[in-house]
Design a protein around this ligand. Sequence first.
Ligand code: SF4
Length: 259
Amino acid sequence: MSEQPYEYQRRELVEPDWTRFPGWRDVTAAQWQSAQWQRVNCVKNVKQLRAVLGDLVDESFYADLEADQERLATMSMLLPPQMLNTMVPHAVPDTASFYTDPVRRYMLPVATDRHLDWPSHPNASRDSLHEHDMWVAEGLTHRYPTKVLAELLSTCPQYCGHCTRMDLVGNSTPTVPKLKLIQKPVDRYAAHLDYLKTHPGVRDVVVSGGDVANVPWKQLEAYLMGLLSVPTVRDIRLATKALMGLSLCIRDRACTGSR
Ligand code: SF4
């Protein structure tokens, strides 16, 4: 059995110092806490990663990442600075520590992370939970009698290598041409509400994506008000990972709850 490459430790929950990365040496606290700055400075390709990390990691790491992006990746690259800042959080990263960091491994996979014969799980499928097969309207999965999943859009503030919605979420990669949502959002959301009004057995709606943090506020509000107007819907849950990846940016607008 191989050894655990990363030692898990309980740590104080503080924002790691982002100025340890050469590309963010001059970034001020005001910039860091700005939603706009975080969105604009997301890392989307190897060139942008190099601009942040510089020569902290060897060229071999960048080549490894490029190889994965060109041949094996199932998700496109999208890393908010706050997410990247959780990698090797309490030291200046070097090649070895960056390779073994657990967040790096799932948010920024490289070719050598993968099994030679099985770069993805042998039984993996693009839509491993068969959500698309169970759509009753575009983006609305009805799998369980009393519960539906509503996918409002196909984007997130960050893209994760393990995403079970890789079929739909993010930009296409060489290995996964993504499914496209065809309908206009307003029509898609209206179709969801029509379905719920005619299926009173559904009481629980998980509102997701992608990630609800990327839904324009007015559209999300209108959708939620529509759900609240369906008397048989009793539980509404908003699913987001942005509380972690863009926590400072959305703290005033994300919530999870029921009525
Ligand atoms: S849907 Fe969730 S797991 Fe998939 S990329 Fe978005 S945040 Fe990551």
